[in-house]
Design a protein around this ligand. Structure first.
Ligand code: NAI
Length: 297
């Protein structure tokens, strides 16, 4: 089969001045996409800003014969999101692909967490994806084409100590992904999410040298496929890192039905309620209702 090409497709990649975003930008550019390299250029905790990071990646892309433009706006405001999309439209005339990747960390245990650690994290990861995607949404609807990849995290999907702010934002992105998949279906807009693991400046203290093989370049292949015209799925979440890719899904057990359900009946049937045998993986709310009716009938 032919390689996955992106000739003439326009991709916005947020937080692409380093780490995973840089890797996605270089790969899509190499395959012919025109790239908006967005990055505020701040620290891991979101302080400060600089034009250097985004510009360096643009220079790298151009040196390799690709096309890219830098954008330094923050994803964390509606104005910033609109300006990022405007950069794509003004420079390349459209938006085909968005990779919502920008992110910051402000970890601490829940008992110590302050609003200053909650709000900026929600703003960048969760609201940022709204602010960047929304101005492009109508354009994608009008052109009948779009590919959106949101960067979630196992920290939210499965849970991790010290990351209630980050985990909530990242699981929020799963909800955004699933609802946008439903809303985008009739206009050929496919929306998926990844839960990556890679050694970047965000994780280097956590991982140390032992994790050198977890390169950002080993996360990019699934992003590239999900961003491609041939992407066969929407509303899905993929775990990726170190060369392994797997699907994460949300399933529901058949459960227990009793027309006169009581708290005692819940207690007495708790093993059955939790039993994963015969579970279903609904694609949307309607399918979940259908599964519920199956147990009830
Ligand atoms: P990174 O720190 O190298 O990249 C994040 C980039 O986002 C930085 O270049 C930063 O300047 C930029 N950024 C931060 N706030 C911004 C804003 N308001 N507007 C525009 N750009 C902004 O870290 P990494 O690891 O490459 O992270 C990329 C994404 O992957 C993040 O969303 C992160 O939460 C997620 N992730 C990473 C994992 C890993 O193992 N590295 C694990 C799970 C999720």
């Amino acid at each position: 089969m032919a390689d996955l090409g992106f000739d003439g497709k326009v991709a916005i990649i947020t937080g692409a001045g380093g780490g995973l975003g840089r890797s996605h930008a270089l790969e899509l550019a190499k395959r012919g996409a025109l790239i908006v390299v967005n990055d505020l250029g701040g620290s891991v905790d979101g302080e400060g800003g600089s034009h250097t990071a985004a510009q360096k990646v643009v220079d790298e892309i151009k040196a390799a014969g690709g096309e890219a433009v830098a954008n330094y706006d923050s994803v964390a405001t509606p104005e910033g999101g609109a300006a990022i999309v405007k950069t794509a439209v003004d420079t390349f005339g459209k938006v085909d692909i968005i990779v919502n990747n920008a992110g910051i960390l402000r970890d601490t245990s829940f008992k110590n967490m302050t609003p200053d650690q909650v709000n900026p994290v929600l703003d960048v990861h969760l609201r940022g994806a709204f602010y960047v995607t929304q101005p492009a949404w109508q354009l994608m609807r009008d052109q009948g084409y779009g590919r959106i990849i949101n960067t979630a995290s196992a920290a939210g999907i499965f849970g991790n100590f010290g990351q209630t702010n980050y985990g909530a934002a990242k699981m929020g992105l799963v909800g955004l992904t699933r609802v946008l998949a439903v809303e985008g279906a009739k206009n050929n807009i496919k929306v998926n999410a990844i839960a990556p693991v890679a050694k970047t400046r965000m994780t280097e203290e956590l991982f140390g040298d032992a994790m050198d093989k977890l390169t950002p370049e080993l996360v990019t292949p699934i992003v590239t496929y999900l961003a491609h015209e041939d992407c066969p799925v929407t509303g899905e979440v993929y775990s990726v890192g170190g060369g392994r890719v797997a699907r994460i899904f949300i399933g529901v057990t058949p459960g227990h039905f009793q027309a006169d359900l009581t708290p005692e009946a819940v207690r007495d049937n708790f093993d059955k309620i939790r039993d994963e045998t015969g579970y279903g993986v609904p694609e949307n709310l309607n399918e979940e209702m259908m599964l519920a009716f199956k147990t009830m009938s």
